[in-house]
Design a protein around this ligand. Structure first.
Ligand code: MN
Length: 294
């Protein structure tokens, strides 16, 4: 099943280019803050999944193009990300990398702010007036389905609910001049496009064999396969759950392959992951200056 959130926090099931509104089957759905209903839906999927399927049968289809897609989980408890998780990416951004040739296996993980999420119907907004370099990173997002704490890799895949496309937008350091922490550089609002929907794990036969592609203005920039991850999905869950509790609805950005490069206002960024989906977001300059400039 493909699950999306749209318009004023409605919940929908996607089939082809149609969306079916199933909000009535989702307890607590709506725009009340914080919009955490998708976490509860995912946590209670065993009971609620059949209710959503039943609701879908009676729902009227609406063209997908007529709705505004929000992040398919607007408020996960955590957004966790793997640094340097594809060999060919390591080293490609030179002195602007803080990984110094190390991989996710050695460095562990970092966090992105939940507030940085944006859906397929939104835009990537770069800080107004910035001369910094901002990059696209095309990543498979793993959506956690069951609470995970100290889960060994052999049991980890049973904790996965589904998958989504994620762009890990990143402000690069300027060595010796500006070297903010990763969390700061990757947490600007709209720097985590997620979507266009969550596809449940039963529809993705092998998440470690998915073509992952990204285009800027129609030009191919990234084209790789998830089989080349250094720390694969079960090993990521083992690693993260050895440190903290993963909650239903949590999002893991599994790392970017090679081909990372800059984006600028006016660009259109398209991400497409096999068996998951694709989405295109425009890149804009923020409307107002932030009091602290970057
Ligand atoms: Mn990344």
């Amino acid at each position: 099943m493909k699950l999306a959130v749209f318009d004023d926090h409605r919940v929908g099931v996607i089939e082809g280019d149609q969306i079916y509104d199933v909000t009535d089957a989702v307890p607590g759905a709506g725009s009340a803050w914080p919009p955490m209903y998708m976490n509860a839906l995912i946590a209670n999927w065993k009971d609620l999944g059949p209710k959503i399927a039943a609701k879908r049968v009676g729902a009227e289809p609406v063209p997908l193009a007529s709705v505004k897609l929000l992040p398919p989980n607007p408020c996960p408890v955590h957004v966790i990300a793997a640094p340097a998780n594809y060999r060919k990416h390591i080293g490609e951004i030179g002195a602007r990398s803080v990984s110094k040739g190390r991989s996710a296996d050695q460095m562990g993980f970092f966090m992105k702010a939940t507030a940085s999420l944006v859906g397929a119907g939104g835009a990537i907004e770069l800080p107004k007036g910035s001369a910094r370099r901002f990059d696209h990173e095309s990543e498979l997002a793993v959506i956690i389905g069951r609470r995970a704490r100290n889960v060994p890799r052999a049991e980890a895949m049973g904790h996965v609910f589904g998958y989504s496309c994620l762009i890990d937008v990143t402000m690069r350091i300027e060595p010796g001049v500006a070297e903010e922490e990763r969390v700061t550089r990757k947490s600007f609002e709209t720097f985590t496009p997620l979507g266009p929907w969550i596809v449940t794990a039963d529809e993705v036969p092998d998440p470690h064999n998915l073509r992952n592609r990204l285009w800027v203005n129609g030009e191919p920039k990234q084209d790789a396969n998830t089989r080349d991850m250094i720390v694969n999905i079960p090993a990521l869950i083992e690693l993260i759950s050895s440190v903290m509790t993963l909650n239903p609805g949590d999002v893991i950005a599994s790392g970017t392959p090679e081909g990372v490069g800059p984006i600028a206002p006016g660009d259109k960024v398209r991400i497409g992951i096999e068996s998951v989906g694709e989405m295109t977001l425009p890149v804009l300059e923020a409307a107002v200056f932030s009091p602290r400039r970057f």
